[in-house]
Design a protein around this ligand. Structure first.
Ligand SMILES: [Zn+2]
Length: 270
């Protein structure tokens, strides 16, 4: 599943379409998580995309006073092709056709989505989202005040998009390993200093992943679009029974929390 760093990389990779006119939108298959509203998208033909950015794991293409909101879901990818390319890949759902090139949304499992919205602040997919993890607003102080009374395990609290956006299961594991905090601890038992560690590990790990993702930008131009999602250096995730990379003694333990796999070191994470 694409996580925040992949989405950020996608946004960077498609910047060439900023300030370009969207000549047309071709919808091959409107069946995504929510059915794509073909009639509404037709009205956008000929208009200029003024900005492309990200909010949480949503990609926003700004067009006049509105936005196209794209979510990659579990298996969605974007790729760029020459406008006249006839290469069609199975599960290509939508093509955004610009002057020289086109942007293609492919999604085999159809958990992705595409909406045309006018008020992002009140749209049901965006209205309850917490701050961006890489913003100044997200820091130890913020997190402490937000969840200091919560009895949720800290890992669940980090993955709750109302507290902070864009932290999926893999990153939650890696962040807590980096911060030396046990994922099962109740949020209310953490000290302010520990929240500061978590906030700083969050920024460090996400920035590192985005930087690593930059090297995959050229994959957006491969005609088959088989870029996959980039691999980050995993220090704890998926390392059950392997030696901890920090203490080099304990074996990493795997448990399940809210149906998601959790990995941690019993010695380093307290
Ligand atoms: Zn350890």
């Amino acid at each position: 599943m694409p996580e925040l760093p992949e989405v950020e990389t996608s946004v960077q990779a498609i910047q060439e379409f900023t300030n370009q006119n969207l000549e047309s939108i071709k919808i091959h298959n409107p069946n995504l998580r929510w059915k794509v509203d073909i009639a509404t998208f037709k009205k956008l033909h000929g208009l200029k995309v003024s900005k492309i950015n990200r909010r949480a794991k949503y990609i926003l293409l700004h067009i006049e006073q509105s936005q196209i909101l794209v979510h990659l879901g579990m298996t969605g990818t974007l790729r760029i092709a020459e406008k006249n390319s006839n290469f069609y890949k199975k599960h290509d759902h939508v093509e955004f056709i610009f002057q020289n090139r086109k942007l293609i949304f492919n999604d085999p499992r159809r958990f992705g989505s595409m909406h045309h919205i006018k008020e992002p602040g009140t749209h049901f997919l965006l209205e309850n989202l917490g701050p961006e993890p890489l913003s100044q607003e997200f820091n130890g102080e913020y997190l402490f005040h937000k969840i200091k009374k919560s009895i949720s395990p800290i890992k669940n609290a980090l993955m709750n998009q109302q507290n902070v956006v864009g932290i999926g299961n893999i990153y939650a594991n890696e962040i807590l390993f980096d911060a030396s905090i046990r994922p099962t601890r109740k949020s209310k038992t953490l000290k302010k200093k520990e929240y500061e560690e978590i906030a700083s590990s969050t920024k460090k790990i996400l920035k590192r992943a985005i930087k690593a993702g930059g090297t995959t930008l050229q994959d957006f131009y491969q005609p088959d679009g088989n870029k996959g999602y980039f691999k980050i250096d995993l220090n704890v995730y998926d390392r059950e029974n392997q030696k901890c990379k920090k203490c080099k003694e304990e074996l990493i333990k795997r448990i399940v929390q809210s149906q998601r796999a959790t990995f941690y070191c019993r010695q380093c994470q307290i």
